[in-house]
Write a protein that binds this ligand. Sequence first.
Ligand code: PLP
Length: 468
Amino acid sequence: MTHSAPDPLDLDAFRETGHQLIDWIADYLGGLESRPVVEATSPGDVRAKLPDRAPEQGKALSGLLADLDEVVVPGISHWQHPNWFAYFPAMSSPPAILGELAAAGLGVQGMLWSTSPAVTEVESHVLDWLVDLTGVPQDWKTTGPGGGVLQMSASDSTHTALVVAREVCRKRTGAGAEQMVVYTSSQAHSSLEKGANVAGFGHIRLLDVDQNFAVEPATLRSAIEDDLAAGLTPAFVCAAVGTTGTTAVDPVRAFGELASEFRLWFHVDAAYAGAAMLCDEFRHHQDGLELAHSYTFNAHKWLATNFDCSIFWVADRTPLIETMSIVPPYLRNAATDAGEVIDYRDWHVPLGRRFRALKLWWVLKAFGAEGLRAMIRRHVGYAKSLTRFVESDPRFELFAPTTFALVCFRHRDGDEATRALAASMNANGVYVTPSEANGQAFIRVSIGSTWTEDRHVDQLQALIDRLA
Ligand code: PLP
């Protein structure tokens, strides 16, 4: 008897299982509240459920969904859970999920304009829309000297900026990277340090912060002057608009002016808070952005678009392309040679690139700018209400200002009480991040799950009240 394996290319089976998968996802998202936020699992539990060897015989597509229930779901943290208050949000939403699925269905590569023009043109266009929507400088549009490109992560965007800055500085000063200095806040995301190391910079200065966890301009100035006096070459400065620890905002304009005075590359990391700039009331935090050479913000954090979707804007695309472009003969084509098109492979390290812009486009289309602003304001409103609760209760103190939708607070009884409170909250149906800054423990409550409603924040407040 011959056994014929199921055909993995059978489109009828694909259609049927695909429909079931959409049902599965809708049930998963709709049913999250009945699950713990983080599944209890130990190292190796998931692998123990997988066969020792890869399957020799193919299996029917219809069996795939059981893997989600049996292997995957018991081994994940539910980032989309309405009681997810940890790290920063990694939002997803129905239009983003559909965009992701459609991009996989199309299976195209957008490395050059000519390899799939729609991938490039939708991306350029949607990022130009976002220039208007977030109030960043008009020059950053692809119709001007600058332009936007989607990358996998803010870490990639920042690394790319560092590499371009290194080359610009090398051409201008003749200095080697080991002579060059990068400046950023001691509160900056670790991607700055990692990117500077990978790009070969010899020195990175993690600058002291003030009581609000932002760097004062005088601190930056004296660090630059000390390095100049020591014969080093200041090359790059990054201002954070929303640090990871406490969403502190460095003074963008003052940093930009110092960058101009000392001829440094000026990068702004707004990975989390960039989304808030859709709302006018937050724009003052980015005053001075016209002095920046590059900027990153993650649509995959707080803009309802699932990972990965990091926006990288440059004020002038020429040094970026000069640094990144290498054209082997097999990538030459008439459109590129005519200089009429954008080839995004010249805007970052990877060659191959997927159609990330599709989900971002569909998010903007399905929510509308008004819907996204309303979502951000809703989260900010929840954060304000939690802040009022913390401030009015003598057991707690606010650890840092609530600037966006992250509430940082601690127990007045000290570090142990603060850590114990975070641990008991996490054991009681919510998920927050215990952290530390300036040698003090605090709790980060980041509000921004797609499915969080006021009742979840009320329950969170009641839980803090009960457990403290
Ligand atoms: N910059 C800031 C301020 C962040 O908060 C984060 C992540 O939380 C990053 C950069 C890194 O983002 P990504 O994971 O996209 O590399």
